[in-house]
Design a protein around this ligand. Structure first.
Ligand SMILES: [Cu+2]
Length: 159
């Protein structure tokens, strides 16, 4: 009976290990163009063999934290909340970037200052949660070569 018990324990170990190579957060930064709202951007890398989804985010720095994207509505780009979250395909990435998907901070308790880091908890549902410290970089410009950042009003906005 003992060998059966050990086999059962050994079978559980791969699951424990898998919890550590879920979604990795890379190149995160936050910025704000005004004292009350801000946004965070990052690359989400899914190291698991199954699809994951960023389904929610929370932080102490704001009254509300939402998942947003920009969608074209009647020819105008508008920022909307994404209820279904952001999918991250198995062994793939999903980028949160200026002019596209982002984590939105609404009702900042204090303005985001350069050099500060802000705590952010990302909820990936079955793929676990990640707590990250996001540096504030209000000077960072959208990467060159990205197609989405030539929108006049959006350049002036914080996302
Ligand atoms: Cu937004």
């Amino acid at each position: 009976m003992k060998s059966i018990y050990l086999a059962a324990v050994a079978a559980l170990i791969p699951f424990a290990a898998a919890a550590h190579d879920g979604v990795e957060v890379q190149d995160a930064y936050a910025r704000s163009a005004n004292p009350v709202t801000g946004a965070a951007f990052m690359v989400l890398s899914n190291h698991a063999d199954r699809d994951c989804r960023l389904s929610g985010a929370s932080s102490d720095v704001a009254e509300r934290v939402e998942l947003h994207t920009h969608r074209e509505v009647d020819g105008v780009m508008k920022m909307t909340e994404v209820d279904e979250g952001f999918p991250i395909p198995a062994n793939g990435t999903h980028e949160l970037a200026r002019g596209g998907d982002h984590v939105m901070f609404l009702g900042l308790k204090s303005p985001l200052e350069d050099g500060q880091t802000i705590p952010l908890t990302l909820d990936f549902g079955d793929c676990g949660t990640e707590q990250v410290e996001v540096p504030v970089d209000n000077q960072r410009t959208p990467e060159h070569g990205k197609a989405m950042h030539k929108m006049g009003d959006m350049e002036k906005a914080d996302h």
